[in-house]
Ligand binder design. Structure first.
Ligand code: NAD
Length: 334
């Protein structure tokens, strides 16, 4: 049993904690609370041990949250720490993980330098086996890597251009926007292309990006120059047969991100999560050696699967395929 502590119990942290609870080879020691809120109340109801993110946890104690200790006590008890704090905080927390000689998994908001490797399980699991510090790349990078890796293995890729249409904020978030504008990222390439190359360095990837007023998923418009030609039907089949990719069908009337998430809710997925990269069947097309497709990425959940596999890699679990299978089965992904 690998003992896990989750630092930061927000969008990603609460999902990672629930996913750890589903694994038969992991034990959730506890989570950290930074300040009192409804998420901490839910952790308490679930019987998860709560540790304060600072030494004292004044705000939590004041609101009748029983503390099992502070972040240092939690880190001490764990084999692997999963840092799910906001961008940049993980880098600072690393000093604590280093001082207790603990392995740590970081999220995609952290810079590359925080970890020994960047990670997407089905692309480069083996490079992270027994590593002390692993960075699960961002939701957008994870979504791109899953489909591009499958395409590269089957047809070979010369180069890629992708446009990332980003959701403005997570659904709970009342602080960010835009609410009535499309905001281009005025930097070329956007950071996503270079980030994909930290996992898949074999071909060049150029990305552009913009933010749009939605909270429901990111959408990617992908153009790939293939080494060997493909047909639409073969690519659909390839994606159907690749783990963590879901081909969604026009005939089922799944034509939008809204319908994908409604579908996930109807399937009974916890929180209405859709961790698979969803590719629309009618938006897969070929023209000469070019392949085009449109895919949707559920920002709140896709990296959770990867985080579970990254924990196994850090602990030396030798098989990517077995880890992916265990994680998928535990979380109802087929
Ligand atoms: P979040 O704001 O929802 O949650 C962060 C949590 O960390 C909050 O509960 C906050 O109270 C807590 N926190 C803040 N400072 C802390 C500290 N010093 N010590 C301990 N806890 C602290 O953030 P998130 O969206 O879950 O993002 C976490 C990481 O995951 C980031 O690196 C982000 O880039 C990455 N990520 C986010 C998404 C997404 O769409 N939300 C997707 C993929 C990756």
């Amino acid at each position: 049993m690998t003992k896990i502590g989750v630092i930061g119990y927000g969008t990603i942290g609460k999902r990672v904690s629930d996913a750890v609870l589903l694994q038969n080879d992991m034990k959730l020691v506890g989570i950290t609370g930074n300040s009192y809120n409804y998420k901490i109340e839910v952790a308490k109801k679930k019987g998860i041990k709560i540790f304060s993110a600072d030494k004292v946890g004044e705000d939590l104690k004041k609101n009748n949250i029983y503390l099992s200790g502070n972040i240092y006590d939690l880190v001490k008890e764990c084999d692997v720490v999963v840092d799910c704090t906001p961008k940049g905080v993980g880098q600072k927390n690393k000093e604590t993980y280093l001082s207790y000689d603990k392995k740590a998994i970081f999220q995609g908001g952290e810079s590359l330098e925080v970890a020994d490797t960047s990670f997407v399980a089905q692309c480069n699991y083996n490079q992270s086996i027994n590593k002390d510090y692993i960075r699960v790349v961002s939701c957008n990078t994870t979504g791109l890597c899953r489909t591009l890796h499958a395409v590269d293995k089957q047809y070979g890729i010369d180069n890629v251009h992708a446009t990332i249409i980003r959701r403005a904020a997570d659904p709970w978030d009342i602080y960010h926007g835009p609410i009535n504008s499309i905001v281009p990222v005025l930097e070329l390439p956007s950071h996503h292309g270079p980030d994909v190359r930290t996992v898949l360095p074999e071909f060049s990837v150029f990305t552009t990006a913009m933010t749009v007023p939605t909270t429901i998923m990111h959408v990617h418009s992908v153009t790939v120059d293939l080494k060997n030609p493909a047909t639409d039907e073969d690519v659909i089949e390839l994606f159907r047969n690749t783990t963590r990719i879901k081909v969604v069908r026009n005939s089922e009337k799944i034509r939008s991100t809204a319908e994908i998430i409604e579908f996930a809710k109807d399937l009974g997925r916890p929180r209405g999560d859709m961790p698979e990269t969803c590719v629309w069947d009618k938006a897969i097309g070929t023209w000469g050696n070019k392949l085009f497709y449109l895919q949707a990425v559920h920002q709140e959940s896709n990296v959770v699967l990867e985080t579970i596999d990254a924990i196994r890699a850090a602990m030396g679990f030798p098989s990517a395929q077995e880890s992916i299978k265990k994680t998928n089965e535990s979380m109802g992904i087929n």
